[in-house]
Every structure is written in C-alpha cells, then in structure tokens.
Design a protein around this ligand. Structure first.
Ligand code: 4FN
Length: 425
C-alpha cells in the first residue's frame, strides 16, 4: 500500500476529491493514506513568504527553494525510502505503466509546483519528474490527484471484489468496448442484439473485437503498442481450396478440376505463413486420387529427394470430400469448430476489412479456416454460412481476375505477413 505525502501550498484542494467515492472508501478502509506538508509552515518571516522574483528578470514569481526543500526533508524524515516525485511539465508522461510502477512503492512524496515554477536547485532533492500531459496548468495539485487516483485503483481491495483492475480499460492497453444498460431501446437506438443474446462466448468476441477496432481507429498510438512481438496471431489458421460447390461462368454450381499448380503454390504459401493445414476439397474420387498423387510425389516419392523444401510444404496438404469434412478434421485437431473466412470478389453487405480479421487473429485463439473458391467463385450458400466475409482484393483497375493462388498469397500476406509497408522512420 503506497502512502502519499503531498507537498503543497493548497492542501485544501485535495479535500473534495479524497472525500468522494473510490478514494474516500479506500481511505476509510486504510488502503490509501494521504498526508500533507505545507511549505508555508517552513518559512521564518512574518509574511510566511514562499515565492520570490526570478533572477534575470521576467514576469511572475518563482517558488523559493528553502521552504520547499525544508518541507520535502520534513516529509522524508518520517518515511522509509520514499520516492520523491515533482509534478512538472518537463516530466516523463504519466501513463498506466508509471501508475503500475508507483503502485509497488511503499511511500511516495508528491511535490506540487506553483507560480511560474520552482527554483531549479530543488530538483536535486527529487528522484524523478512526472507530467500528466501537455497543457498549461496553475499548479501541480491536480496532476498529483491524477497520480493518486490512478495508483490507488491498482491497490488490491480498493476497487472491491466486483471490479478488478484487470478488467479496466488500459489493463490490456486497449480502449473499452461500448457499454449499454437498460432500456433496450432509447430514443430509437437499440442495444446491439448480441449483448441481449445470452451467448457469452459471442459477447466476449464482440467486445474484444469492438475494443480492438476502436483502439485502432481512435488511438493508433495505443494500438501500435499492443501489436508488439507479444501480439502475434495466436489463432490456428487453415486454408481450403474448394473445387465444389463453386460457380461456373453462367453461375451454375459445378465442380472444377484440381490443378497441380494450385496445390503446389498454395501449399508453399501455407507453409511460408505458418498455417496449420491446407485442404484440397473435391468430391470427385479421381481428382482426390490425383491430388493425393501430387502430394505424395513430393512427400515421399522422387520429388521428396529432389526437393526437400517442397516436401515440407506439401506435408500440410490434406484431401477431403467436402468442406464439412475439412471442418470436422480441424475440430478433431483443435477441439473447436473453425470460424469460416471467405473472400469474395463481389462487393456486398457486411464485408470485413483485412485489418479487422487481423485483429481477430491476435485476440481470438479459436481456429480459422480461410476458404478459397475455384472457377467463378464460392457459392452464395458457402458465403452465407461463413463467419467473416473479407472485402474484395482490388487493384487500381477495372479488371479483377486474380488466379486463386495469387489471391491466396495476397490474403495470407495481408493477414500474417511481417513486413511493414510503412517507411521506417
Ligand atoms: N505546470 C507547458 C510548458 C511550460 C509550462 C507549462 C505549465 C504549474 C508551476 C509548472 C503542467 C502540465 C502537466 C505538473 C506547460 C504539470 C504542469 C503537469 C505544471 C505551476 C510550474 C506549471 C506543457 C503546455 C508545453 C505551470 C506545456 N503535470 N507551467 O503548465 O505543473 O504535472
């Protein structure tokens, strides 16, 4: 439990904030202790002077060093190993990480400046300087209250059992998801259906996604921090090449032929981007045999000796009759049904940007199966049963006829590629 000693000319400024709500209860429960030392009590003159004119001239006044340092020393002598912090616009920005660090201290002395500033020599008596942000303030008192509030919330017991600091926004570095309470409809605006659904897994996902998307849109700086080495995609990702059901050029549902080149290239892309498996889906027995032959050739046949690296990639390939067989296989392997991801060359409702799926892969550990259509594309039926429909891949032209293996490479790189396309600073 950190105890705070605040060095301030205006201890009265702290009365109200400390007498309400969380901070009030924390003090009552003896989880938070805040004491005050007034530099004015360390003056010797009749007027109890704490300021003086600046050397070199200029407007305003400067806090004299003697009363301020005497106040700091007085505070320190009753405390063991206190950390002395000057609130100052020159300080390191006070962020959640600093709050967490200070929550581990036993005793903290917060020094509040006033006037135009404090005599520079006072800095020799403080351990560090912290700033709450870039704006002009009248003194360090409000920043000191910000520090006390943020640190107190991290003290075990201050928030009670119902609320935990882990559930706070910022505990995972993300902004809070949108919150709703009764009524279900307010002035024509309805609570999102998912929150009323009672499906807690779905709610958890919706919230995680909303948090990530909000943070990415509103606070790209915060979002960038969460996308560090620790924020690699956690999901188990699979890809499937569907030869049925797909459309032909007349929008008839057909079965397409398996091609050697698609199997090779997609297998190698799958391996490159760390996928867990690549399904070749065809109901035609002869084509299944052909697929297996292509795979086996590189896995065990002459090709395996000829090209070791291709063997590695083809080891990911599996052949199934139907999409459902691939789904069952993934469920067997991971213990969970995969979330189906499709790409559609056609524009339409509910298309997700790649960045949104990219977030999901970081947050959601469930398996994902990316479906690739051959021929003239995946059928409406497959689109309808998918969980995520990605926006079409587009070039700056009116022509949109990528081969399925080109599309596969682009999708995988957008979702899992580690090269930044941004200029390095
Ligand atoms: N402020 C700036 C530049 C120069 C001066 C100030 C300023 C209070 C004693 C410091 C301000 C902001 C965040 C303490 C501001 C903070 C203070 C803080 C603070 C009176 C001297 C002063 C940042 C706008 C470029 C006044 C900016 N966090 N001087 O506000 O103490 O802790």
């Amino acid at each position: 439990m950190p105890g705070f000693t605040v060095i301030t000319l205006f201890p009265g400024m702290f009365d109200s904030p400390l007498a309400h709500s969380i901070l009030k209860r924390a003090r009552e429960k003896k989880l938070l202790d805040v004491r005050f030392v007034d530099p004015r009590d360390f003056t010797g003159d009749k007027h109890r002077t704490v300021d003086d004119t600046p050397y070199g001239g200029g407007q305003g006044m400067v806090m004299k060093p003697e009363p301020l340092v005497a106040a700091i020393e007085s505070a320190k002598k009753n405390l063991k190993q206190p950390r002395v912090i000057l609130l100052s616009p020159r300080g390191k920005l006070f962020e959640q990480a600093e709050a967490a660090r200070l929550a581990r201290e036993e005793e903290i002395v917060l020094v509040c400046g006033r006037y135009e500033g404090v005599d520079e020599r006072v800095k020799a008596f403080v351990d560090e300087e912290l700033s709450v942000g870039d704006y002009t303030l009248s003194g360090g008192e409000l920043p000191a209250l910000v520090v006390i509030d943020a640190v107190a919330r991290l003290v075990p017991g201050v928030l009670g059992n119902a609320q935990s600091p882990e559930e706070d926004s910022f505990s995972d570095g993300l902004l809070e998801f949108p919150q709703y309470t009764r009524p279900e409809e307010f002035r024509g605006m309805r609570v999102p259906e998912v929150l009323i659904s009672g499906d807690h897994e779905k709610i958890r996902r919706w919230r995680a996604e909303a948090s990530a998307n909000l943070t990415r849109e509103r606070r790209p700086d915060l979002f960038a921090k969460t996308q560090s080495a620790t924020a690699k995609p956690r999901a188990k990702i699979y890809i499937a090449l569907l030869h049925h059901p797909v459309y032909d050029k007349n929008r008839e549902i057909v079965t397409t032929a398996v091609t050697n080149m698609d199997i090779h290239d997609i297998a190698r892309a799958a391996r490159t981007y760390g996928l867990k498996g690549f399904y070749v889906v065809t109901p035609v027995k002869a084509l299944q045999k052909l697929s297996l032959k292509i795979i086996a050739h590189w896995e065990t046949g002459y090709g395996a000796e000829y090209n070791e690296t291709r063997k590695d990639a083809l080891a990911l390939a599996r052949v199934t009759d139907t999409l459902d067989d691939a789904i069952i296989d993934i469920e067997r392997e991971t213990g969970e049904k995969p979330r189906l991801v499709v790409t559609s060359a056609r524009k339409g409702e509910g298309r997700s940007p790649f960045t949104s799926l990219k977030n999901m892969l970081v947050i959601d550990p469930s398996p994902f199966l990316i479906l690739l259509g051959t021929g003239w594309g995946l059928t409406e039926e497959v689109l309808a049963r998918s969980d995520i429909i990605l926006e079409p891949i587009e070039g700056d032209s009116d022509y949109n006829h990528l081969s399925v293996r080109s599309a596969a490479a682009i999708i995988l790189d957008r979702l899992l590629g580690t090269n930044s396309i941004k200029e390095k600073p």
